[in-house]
Design a binder for this molecule. Structure first.
Ligand SMILES: NC(=O)c1ccc[n+]([C@@H]2O[C@H](COP(=O)([O-])OP(=O)(O)OC[C@H]3O[C@@H](n4cnc5c(N)ncnc54)[C@H](OP(=O)(O)O)[C@@H]3O)[C@@H](O)[C@H]2O)c1
Length: 323
């Protein structure tokens, strides 16, 4: 089968497409014929050895897929031919992936594989962040930093499902256009205006209830300063490359909580709650409350281009590889 292989840590251009053996299944595994694989910022960090977890090459990146079960072990009940979303620990950027039966989510056979491959990481993370880490309430206001990115667009869409008003911070014209097309309530050009002052003025001086922060750097403190009393600042990632250092007195005087969000780790420690969230996310799609349409569709051979976009601040919306 064809697979992307990281043979040496470094720039995405070092990735190779190789013919390797189709994986075999153990008694607890399913073999998925992959129809689409989601591409994420952490993949670009992983192949460079810059992610929280450092893997020794060779390995195949890719942690979210959607496809059809082609083979299974003796202890797997889900039938061959079922459409599933899979969360492989690695190996998603390949024509086939074998993974434990507990790491798949069954979906209807007509579920769009491009939506399925887009759902786990961005929508899983932002739903966990809003629902379980921020305890978001209907009617609250959410400031989304890097709002046109993968995490950002999932935040905008889930905020709509959860009844939150969105203020979307973006850094270019095309990004502004994209978040408007998703129904952003307000857009702030944080490359042009003062983020804190603009957000304060958009909220009548009150500030926002929740900040979704996948960006880091100096905008994090500006966003924190633009939160309302009892606000929650969700720390998702540092796409900007700079980890901000915040004075703790800010949390005291503003009554704000800075809340860390590591979705991948939580899924390992809380499988029951993770499964509950996936049931809800899949039902949002099935009930047409959530329309997941990836903006960028690549071939397997174009994987390194897709990853470069994340590192060059060019990714807009969700990116998938279609097989
Ligand atoms: N905590 C978790 O469980 C979890 C889960 C998934 C992802 N993450 C992390 O979340 C972060 C964002 O992921 P994503 O998929 O949303 O990425 P993305 O699609 O590339 O979006 C990131 C956004 O950050 C902004 N940005 C500002 N400075 C940047 C720079 N120097 N390079 C790149 N982007 C920059 C960009 O928006 P503007 O140009 O508009 O500023 C961009 O749209 C990553 O650090 C990722 O590792 C964390």
């Amino acid at each position: 089968m064809k697979s992307v292989v990281c043979t040496k840590l470094g720039e995405p251009s070092l990735l190779e497409i190789k013919e390797i053996d189709k994986p075999s299944v153990t008694e607890e595994d399913v073999l998925i014929k992959v129809e689409a694989a989601g591409v994420n910022f952490p993949d670009a960090l992983l192949v460079q050895g810059k992610y929280q977890i450092v893997l020794d090459p060779p390995f195949t990146p890719g942690n979210e897929v959607c496809g059809v079960i082609e083979d299974k072990g003796a202890n797997v009940e889900i039938p061959i031919g079922s459409k599933v979303i899979g969360l492989p620990p690695v190996g998603g950027f390949a024509e086939y992936v074998a993974l434990n039966k507990n790491l798949v989510i069954p979906v209807n056979n007509d579920f769009d594989p491009l939506a399925g491959a887009s759902l786990p990481i961005n929508y899983g993370t932002t739903y966990y962040a809003l629902k379980r880490r921020a305890n978001a309430n209907n009617g609250e206001t959410l400031l989304v930093l890097g709002a046109s990115g993968g995490i950002g667009t999932a935040s905008i869409q889930l905020a709509q499902v959860m009844g939150l008003k969105t203020i979307c911070a973006v850094g270019s014209d095309d990004k502004e256009e994209y978040v408007k097309s998703l129904g952003a309530d307000e857009v702030v050009r944080y490359d042009q205006v003062d983020l804190k002052e603009t957000v304060k003025s958009l909220t009548g001086g009150k500030g926002v209830d929740i900040v979704m922060d996948p960006v880091g750097g100096e905008v994090s403190e500006q966003a924190l300063r633009a939160t309302a009393f009892n606000g929650r600042h969700l720390v998702i990632g540092f796409a900007n490359g700079e980890i901000p250092k915040i004075s703790l007195n800010l949390t005291l005087v503003k009554g704000v909580s800075i809340v860390g969000v590591w979705w991948g780790r939580w899924t390992n420690t809380s499988p029951k709650e993770t499964a509950e969230d996936f049931v809800e996310l899949v039902s949002f799609v099935n009930d047409n409350k959530l329309n997941i349409t990836p903006k960028n569709i690549y071939t397997l051979e174009e994987t390194s281009l897709a990853l470069d976009n994340f590192l060059n601040r060019k990714n807009i919306g969700k990116t998938v590889i279609k097989f």
